[in-house]
Design a protein around this ligand. Structure first.
Ligand SMILES: C[S@@+](CC[C@H](N)C(=O)[O-])C[C@H]1O[C@@H](n2cnc3c(N)ncnc32)[C@H](O)[C@@H]1O
Length: 231
């Protein structure tokens, strides 16, 4: 039987060490180093974002799941696609900036295609309007994927397709969260997206920062890409 030796203190130390990293390439080195422990650690953290995003997609997205193409942005080890597969989705493409995370997601056998891409510095390496579902979980936050990347995710989505996003709502991410929501609001007012569901979740994952206790909050967003611009 596999031995589980990590403690919550190990997880805290691992995550807090990421805050010492200054730029996106440093962040990818952090994820490369963390990748092998990632799934064990996020289980200790009670990281619920992949399940919450999956539930949100499964309860609102209509249409044939057998044929729907899903783009899993910042796929990590593949937790989100694994959950979506349990809900009947079958076709996954993924991308991430960490080579080691990509190696692990490749081993799941879930993905038809996987790309290495440093979001914010490199464009999404995917065709425009190719995916019924584009999802990004655990990566839209300060120091990770910059907000303007949602424009690229919008381009990758088929008209009528869905974009699902998550972000943290603890104090150090509130400015980022406000920026994300402002960008989403303007896409809605431009007639490019329709807001389908937004849920604020109190118990998102266990707190790791010194001044925080218990659980931190977070949010799941689901938007639909408009069929055509009505201007
Ligand atoms: C917390 S993990 C989430 C992984 C997976 N989506 C999940 O929910 O388990 C964040 C992932 O985002 C990736 N990531 C963070 N910033 C990135 C960037 N700028 N470009 C590409 N990938 C990035 C990391 O390599 C890591 O795999």
């Amino acid at each position: 039987m596999e031995e589980h030796t990590r403690t919550f203190t190990d997880v805290k130390n691992a995550i807090l060490s990421a805050h010492e990293n200054s730029g996106p390439r440093d962040k990818m080195r952090f994820y490369d180093k963390w990748a092998e422990q990632y799934e064990e650690d996020v289980a200790l953290l009670d990281y619920r974002a992949p399940s919450l995003a999956t539930e949100c997609i499964a309860s609102h997205v209509q249409g044939d799941r057998d044929s729907a193409k899903v783009l899993d942005v910042a796929c990590g080890t593949g937790l989100v696609s694994m959950k979506l597969k349990e809900k009947g989705f079958q076709h996954f493409s993924g991308l991430d900036g960490s080579e080691v995370m990509l190696d692990l997601s490749r081993k799941t056998g879930l993905y038809q295609e996987l790309w290495k891409c440093l979001l914010g510095l490199e464009p999404l390496p995917v065709q425009a309007e190719a995916y019924e579902v584009v999802v990004i979980v655990g990566a839209l936050s300060v120091g990770q994927v910059p907000v303007p990347v949602i424009e690229e995710m919008w381009r990758a989505t088929k008209p009528g397709g869905h974009i699902c996003m998550t972000t943290r709502a603890n104090p150090d991410n509130l400015k980022y969260k406000a920026e994300l929501e402002l960008a989403l609001d303007s896409m809605v007012s431009e007639g490019r997206m329709i807001r389908v569901a937004v849920s604020e979740v109190e118990e998102w994952e266990k707190a790791v920062q010194e001044h925080e206790t218990g659980y931190i909050p977070g949010a799941v967003y689901l938007y639909r890409k408009a069929m055509a611009l009505h201007k």
